[in-house]
Design a protein around this ligand. Structure first.
Ligand SMILES: Nc1ncnc2c1ncn2[C@@H]1O[C@H](COP(=O)(O)OP(=O)(O)OP(=O)(O)O)[C@@H](O)[C@H]1O
Length: 317
């Protein structure tokens, strides 16, 4: 096997992609560590986190003269988290500003996007170590903020559902098909975490995404809302005939989501949220007084490089 260290660096200018830097839309990346299997088969870590904003990917390439080289691609984001950044660090720089925003009456959405197995659920709803995921930190932070006098009049409601074949399924009620969202009141952070745990156990594979909404209300009047959206893996392919329809729906939703965020960024009047069920139910995220944070999760190993590029390019757009 050729040792990659000995390969010359490609002279070609690296491709550099720049994302939008506006506050209303933040795009972050989280890299997971190599897992035991990848270490066992000596997989190389190709994602080099340079600083809090820059990530470089080494892509092996065969040149016209058949000699191998490494092509280095550089990506810049609002935040880049490496494998040593813990859940709290990720929370502080992604969801925490959104929570402050909803206490001021805003509507916020936090998406996790990426390949299967890259750490989307770990980042957002992690079941095994529940306390270190974004939702757990959010639950604690929301109820701590409610103790402040200016927020003490607010109440917390929760809805947790998934989209499967364009239908909404209530994850807090045995995946029952629903037309309208049902909200439950959460009395404290532990109660809210119990709802999250229950919803997580009801999740199915092949869904377009799981959506947890935490809503602040005063005497039944809407005050603010944050949605946590764990999107389907972006690496699903049409080869599996059984779930062909579900995969087409997932791909259509991811595409429409991208178009909606772009339209929002460009201040376009017409946002195409009607083009998929996912964006339809998240319509609030694309209207006035809204903020979005996207966390793209990536696997660090060489054999997943194609999916890693897809994720980073999607996030850059
Ligand atoms: N940042 C991280 N640190 C440590 N372990 C991680 C990290 N991210 C992911 N993992 C581990 O990697 C595995 C896959 O993560 P996870 O289930 O979150 O992937 P996923 O992107 O949600 O996949 P899928 O789309 O198939 O649901 C899990 O065992 C998880 O514990």
């Amino acid at each position: 096997m050729v040792r990659c260290k000995t390969l010359p660096t490609c002279k070609k200018q690296p491709n550099i992609f720049y994302p939008q830097q506006e506050d209303d839309i933040r795009v972050c990346v989280r890299k997971r560590p190599l897992n035991d299997n990848e270490i066992l088969i000596n997989e190389r870590d190709i994602a080099d986190i340079r600083n809090n904003y820059t990530l470089k990917i080494d892509k092996p390439r065969t040149r016209a003269n058949t000699r191998n080289c490494i092509e280095r691609h550089s990506f810049t984001f609002n935040e880049v988290f490496d494998e040593d950044d813990n859940g709290n660090e990720v929370f502080i720089k992604t969801a925490l500003p959104l929570i402050k925003f909803i206490f001021n009456g805003g509507k916020a959405t936090c998406f996790v996007y990426g390949q299967s197995g890259s750490g989307k659920t770990f980042t957002m709803f992690d079941q095994k170590y529940g306390k270190y995921c974004l939702c757990a930190f959010a639950a604690q932070n929301i109820f701590t903020s409610l103790k402040e006098e200016k927020n003490s009049h607010l109440e917390v409601y929760v809805a947790f559902y998934e989209i499967y074949n364009k239908q909404l399924h209530d994850l807090l009620d045995n995946r029952k098909k629903i037309v309208e969202l049902k909200e439950r009141q959460a009395k404290n952070d532990i109660n809210l975490l119990e709802f999250i745990k229950l919803g997580n156990t009801n999740r199915s594979t092949g869904s377009t995404g799981a959506i947890l909404q935490i809503i602040l209300k005063h005497k039944n009047e809407f005050h603010g809302k944050i949605s946590f959206v764990d999107l389907a893996g972006n690496d699903r392919e049409l080869s599996d005939m059984k779930s062909r329809y579900a995969i087409m729906e997932i791909n259509q939703s991811l595409l429409t989501l991208n178009e909606c965020i772009r339209a929002l960024d460009q201040n376009k009047k017409r946002i195409p949220f009607r083009n998929s069920k996912l964006t339809q139910v998240l319509e609030d995220s694309f209207v006035e007084n809204s903020r979005i944070c996207i966390i793209a999760t990536i696997s660090p190993n060489e054999s997943n490089i194609r999916h890693t590029f897809n994720t980073l390019r999607y996030a850059c757009r």
